[in-house]
Design a protein around this ligand. Structure first.
Ligand code: GDG
Length: 740
């Protein structure tokens, strides 16, 4: 079976409505539908989504209406649409992603439950369609949980997620009560795409702040599984817009619109009627411009095309009356019986009419308060085959990162917005041309087909999901480990037995881990040692009651078994500790999210929750300060996973190995670690020991598992092999050659 693309979005490319004479099929409006239609049209794909409110119509009828569009319905009841779509998607996530915090309704328990349930239903629908080799591409904030839910159902699937709206700065995103679930949902994907590098960065930073994940290059690692995070700026089919603008019908219509304007400048805006699009600020700025330059009142003709959207959401009804009142006020003050200055069109128009409007507009006002990308800006540019016209563009639209030659403006600054309008109105033709030629080049260079192809290529290149499956070589090694009469387990803690969490203080062992370690420690012929960078106090607090060997501060301290006293391998506290602590403390105080862990023989500067660029600057500062320290010969500086450690020179995790071996002569050793500090442990192991690196990255360990879950699974297998399993049957003993 050939691989197919399964597109998944809230809305299908067509919306069905039940009316007189049966089902009506209408093309869906909006940026996402426009963009994905070109992908869907050109490939052997299926599109899974909500078909519209058609609960009274028979399933067979709906399927028949959708079949020609290769669309698969996920039917939703009216109550579900209200709670999931109006309530959670558009009452919480939409305003949050657009930084409109006063519109966010956070206390939405039932709405969240509905959001989860609907996301489950979408995942079921995907799982029912999915065949090995198919690519799954999930779209937008409505379906943030779907990637992880699909991964549960189809573990081998390649899954992509694209967010069409901005991903807000992490300080804003953290407000969301369900932030961790939403991030975890998205992280089920192999590739997560955004319109701009800055949204991608915000997402990665939120994952590090909320979940303690690490970003290396453009890859986040979640329990050993790589998730690629990147910018894939969406484009439009610019050739199609240019071709449409060149048709005689559109030319004639554009000419008619110009005549209607009677020599006045036409200022146009085209948006879904959504409060993020900035209609109110635009009208207030226009009013200000007319106050400053009253002569313009007879020279302008303003059209705001406002496509109705989400009318059931309360915030939209209020918005409509505000916009209507404002337009009325401007027309009342500056219009005349023969000239209506501002025309509000609350409807959508046919593509030819839209193209003619673009072609006729002297000034295009695209001034959203926030916008993921904004396709209208690009469509206007592509339609200006005469190289004329001026685009006024909000700095807060994703498109602003590409359309540098537009008149860019902060739409919240009404004076600046009025000034930008004024500049656009007065812009000489040669200047318009200079800008428009450059803009057209940009828009033609980044098309929608290239956008989709780039994303799909990244998805195809993502490593196959093999999470949890150990290699054949490791399987063989584990057979030896589980059959060994005497076994020593040497285990790192953070990143090996537990996931990294934003603060080291919160990474306490869970019940399942304690049970696993207890079972291992009770396994006949087995001794278990935890070797960690943590202080002996915290190891004692976590595991003091278990029959484990504990080794803290990278082996500075050891308690070889439960009854033994702690003893140190070098004098504590070292003389350099206090001056070094002071240096680190000074820097930590100026570094948001940084945390100092002062131990008896060393000190660790944790920066898991620090903004990555700030962390980089502070590390440079620290390296320089510590290099200059007179006692530098007595300590060493080690950089681990989001931690900088200063510890006595020569003390490392490898130091514990000789004693462990001496206490269990001839034992087989299984060692697990994830960090750079574990490399010293691996290096000290005897030949024949099984060293397993947990996660990605370089290691001298011969074997590797993907992450904490896989590491625990490996240990569980050890715990599950009882003595009976390990005693070879007598025939086997006779048949096997005697060891040399
Ligand atoms: C989301 C993100 C991101 C509008 N009026 C008519 C009409 N339209 C078409 C436009 C354009 C689309 O709708 C609107 O796209 P935008 O990108 O401007 O905005 P959203 O709908 O909010 O889209 C946005 C986009 O997803 C893609 O990722 O850019 O940031 O919010 O294509 O032409 N089309 C017709 N008649 C109309 O009256 N035929």
């Amino acid at each position: 079976m050939q691989s197919r693309l399964l597109l998944v979005s809230n809305r299908l490319p067509v919306t069905l409505t039940a009316g007189e004479g049966g089902l009506h099929v209408q093309q869906s409006v909006g940026g996402l539908a426009t963009a994905l239609l070109s992908v869907h049209g050109a490939s052997e794909s299926r599109w899974i989504g909500w078909p519209g409110l058609v609960t009274d119509v028979s399933g067979a009828e709906v399927l028949a209406a959708l079949a020609p569009h290769r669309a698969v319905p996920v039917p939703l009841s009216a109550a579900e649409v209200k709670a999931y779509y109006d309530g959670y998607c558009n009452g919480v996530l939409w305003p949050l992603c657009h930084y409109l915090l006063d519109k966010v309704r956070l206390d939405q328990r039932d709405e969240w439950a509905a959001y989860r349930a609907v996301n489950e239903r979408f995942a079921d629908a995907v799982a029912a369609q999915w065949k090995p080799g198919d690519l799954v591409w999930v779209h937008d904030y409505h379906l943030a949980l779907v990637p992880a839910l699909v991964r549960q159902r189809c573990p081998g699937a390649r899954i992509g997620f694209f967010l069409h709206v901005p991903f807000p700065g992490p300080e804003v995103f953290r407000i969301l009560p369900r932030r961790a679930e939403v991030l975890r949902g998205i992280l089920g994907a192999d590739v997560v795409g955004f319109h701009t590098a800055s949204y991608a960065y915000s997402f990665a930073y939120a994952c590090s702040q909320v979940l303690g994940l690490e970003l290396s290059g453009d890859v986040l690692t979640d329990d050993g599984r790589p998730v690629r995070v990147g910018a894939f700026p969406i484009g439009i089919d610019a050739d199609a817009f240019a071709a449409r603008a060149a048709t005689p019908e559109v030319r004639a219509r554009a000419e008619a619109l110009r005549l209607d304007s009677q020599g006045r400048k036409l200022l146009l805006s085209v948006d879904r009627f959504d409060y993020t699009k900035g209609h109110v600020h635009r009208l207030l700025a226009l009013e200000r411009l007319l106050q400053l330059r009253p002569e313009l009142k007879d020279q302008l003709h303003v059209i705001q095309l406002m496509v109705p959207t989400r009318e059931q959401v309360d915030a939209y009804a209020d918005y409509r009356s505000t916009v209507n009142e404002l337009a009325g006020r401007i027309n009342g003050t500056f219009g005349s019986p023969t000239h209506t200055l501002v025309h509000l069109l609350h409807r959508s128009v046919e593509p030819d009419e839209l193209s003619a409007l673009y072609a006729a507009a002297d000034v295009m006002l695209v001034t959203p308060l926030r916008d993921g990308m904004n396709l209208v800006a690009k469509e206007y540019v592509a339609s200006r085959i005469d190289d004329a016209g001026v685009l006024v563009l909000s700095e807060f639209a994703g498109a602003a990162t590409e359309l540098h030659e537009a008149v860019q403006v902060n739409p919240y600054d009404l004076d600046a917005l009025a000034g930008a309008m004024s500049r656009a109105i007065d812009m000489p033709v040669f200047e318009q041309r200079l800008a428009m030629v450059a803009l057209r080049k940009t828009v033609h260079a980044g098309g929608v087909a290239g956008w989709a192809a780039g994303f799909i290529e990244a998805l195809e290149q993502s490593p196959e999901a093999t999470q949890g499956a150990p290699s054949i070589a490791l399987e063989q090694a584990m057979a030896i480990v589980t059959a060994a009469p005497r076994l020593v387990l040497v285990l790192d803690y953070d990143g090996t037995l537990v996931e990294f969490s934003p603060s080291p203080r919160t990474a306490t062992p869970d019940k399942a881990l304690l049970e696993l370690l207890t079972r291992l420690s009770q396994r006949p012929g087995t001794s278990v040692h935890v070797v960690s960078g943590r202080s002996r106090e915290s190891l004692e607090a976590f595991f003091g009651e278990l029959e484990l060997g504990l080794h803290g501060e990278h082996g500075l301290w050891s308690r070889p078994d439960r009854k033994a006293e702690w003893r140190s391998r070098s004098p504590v506290p070292p003389t350099w500790l206090e001056p070094v602590r002071r240096i680190l403390e000074r820097v930590a105080r100026r570094t948001d999210g940084a945390l100092l862990e002062v131990k008896s023989g060393g000190v660790a500067f944790h920066y898991r929750a620090t903004e990555p660029q700030l962390a980089r600057r502070r590390l440079e500062e620290l390296r320089a300060a510590l290099e200059g320290d007179a006692q530098a010969g007595e300590f060493e500086v080690l950089e681990g996973r989001r931690v900088l450690e200063v510890r006595p020179r020569g003390v490392n995790k490898g130091a514990v190995v000789p004693e462990l071996l001496a206490s269990a002569p001839g034992a087989t050793v299984l060692a697990l670690g994830d960090d750079r500090t574990d490399e010293a442990l691996f290096a000290a192991l005897p030949p024949g020991a099984v060293a397993v690196h947990v996660g990605s990255g370089q290691s001298i360990a011969r074997y590797r598992v993907s992450g904490v879950t896989a590491a625990r699974a490996l240990l569980k297998r050890v715990a599950d092999t009882s003595r009976a399993d390990r005693t070879p049957p007598p025939e086997a003993l006779q048949a096997s050659p005697s060891p040399g």
